[in-house]
Design a binder for this molecule. Structure first.
Ligand SMILES: *Cc1c(COP(=O)(O)O)cnc(C)c1O
Length: 393
């Protein structure tokens, strides 16, 4: 369906309206509460168990363990602190370095700062939109060296103590290859799977490959608890330790308040977990709708010269959290014009995040060449992705 003489912005609207209803204000991603949300939240209120004690925290933790295949799950107040605890458990210490992709939400780098460490930025791959294993390998070979105390950055002499791949918009990175590299260089993998609940790589849930994985239940994520996050573990002892650390490190006792180290008060309140239980019950239906929506976009974008629809080629099953269109010829000006015009038509679209190395607080951190990240930043436009959008007909 190629038209002559229309601008990219006009073509973009045509492509979106091949899938979406006209004359509607359609946000980028909306939560929906069509199941037991009200019932479970009311149960918390009427029973008085809204805060740090109650059955929904345990229930949501075990439902998530079952759904993801993690041996143990610990709920916390948001995804950012989940990452902070994950890095701490991976052994990251003050003044050490952590490798993160340049293209991610700011929380990935902020969590590194919150443990006193310094992010190193590496490039992402066009095939996955996430950390590129080839560039990661080159970076580790060229820019780090082996010492008796572990791998260190050749320039800064600081220890490189973790690698944090992120599954962009719910699409798997090549997590198998990144885990192999982690093993080869003896650096633990902390998976930022904040966007990836419901996504699988070779039939295994994302966030269960690394030493620790992290999920987010923020309002814009695939399911929400209002605000919330989770840590996923293969190792149940590490999970138990994470629970201890995130609940003020209190040693269980009927009446004595004894804390054996400096802990955090990061426990998810019961009322948020109640929302999570109801949301997770409905996830299959939501994933089904999101697959249909992504398929419709894929069809619509097939004939376009100016745009492509991002579609992972990996042996994976993504949750299709945020659909992404990409300019065939990356160009910041065209991208911004398209976004402005589309927003003014009431459609919720947005660019990818500004690259982390371009933010003022991270501009002097170590960084590899970021060619692909820069091109992707000039080409990605996220498009309306709520599961409700397939209910219009
Ligand atoms: C949402 C998100 C987080 C942080 O989660 P919050 O619950 O908002 O703190 C971390 N990393 C990525 C990639 C995210 O998208």
């Amino acid at each position: 369906m190629e038209k002559i003489g229309i601008t990219p912005a006009e073509e973009f609207l045509d492509l979106l309206y091949a899938v979406l209803p006209r004359d509607e204000v359609l946000p980028l991603h909306e939560p929906n509460f069509e199941g037991n949300e009200g019932k479970y939240v009311n149960d918390c209120v009427s029973s008085g168990w809204v805060s740090s004690i109650g059955k929904y925290v345990d229930q949501f933790e075990s439902q998530l363990a079952e759904y993801t295949g993690a041996s143990s799950v610990v709920l916390v107040v948001n995804g950012t602190v989940a990452l902070q605890i994950a890095l701490t458990l991976a052994g990251v210490k003050h003044n050490e370095e952590v490798i993160v992709p340049a293209m991610s939400f700011v929380a990935t780098a902020n969590a590194v700062s919150h443990v006193g460490a310094i992010p190193n930025f590496v490039d992402v791959s066009k095939d996955t939109l996430g950390m590129c294993p080839l560039k990661l390998l080159d970076y580790l070979k060229n820019c780090t060296e082996k010492t008796p105390l572990g791998r260190r950055n050749k320039n800064t002499k600081r220890k490189v103590s973790a690698i944090v791949p992120m599954h962009t918009f719910g699409n798997a990175v090549e997590i198998n290859k990144i885990c192999e590299i982690g093993l080869e260089f003896d650096i633990p993998i902390v998976e930022d799977a904040a966007e990836a609940l419901g996504s699988f790589f070779e039939n295994e849930h994302l966030g269960t490959f690394g030493q620790v994985g992290v999920l987010s239940f923020n309002g814009n994520k695939i399911i929400t608890t209002g605000g919330g996050g989770a840590l996923l573990f293969k190792n149940t002892d590490l999970g138990a330790y994470a629970k201890h650390l995130t609940t003020t490190a209190k040693v269980p006792h009927p009446w004595n308040f004894f804390h054996d180290q400096v802990g955090w008060n990061y426990r998810m309140p019961n009322i948020n977990a109640a929302l999570g239980c109801a949301q997770l019950e409905a996830i299959e239906e939501k994933l089904k709708k999101k697959r249909i929506l992504a398929q419709k976009y894929k069809e619509a974008f097939k004939g376009s010269k100016n745009f492509q629809f991002f579609d992972s080629k990996l042996p994976s099953s993504p949750n299709n959290w945020l659909n992404a269109a990409m300019l065939t010829n990356p160009c910041k000006v065209v991208k911004e014009n398209v976004i402005k015009a589309t927003i003014s038509n009431g459609l919720g679209v947005r660019p990818a995040w500004n690259l982390l190395n371009s933010l003022p607080m991270y501009s002097s951190c170590p960084s590899d060449d970021l060619d692909v990240s820069e091109q992707l930043f000039d080409s990605i436009i996220n498009i309306p992705s709520s599961s409700q959008l397939v209910d219009f007909e």
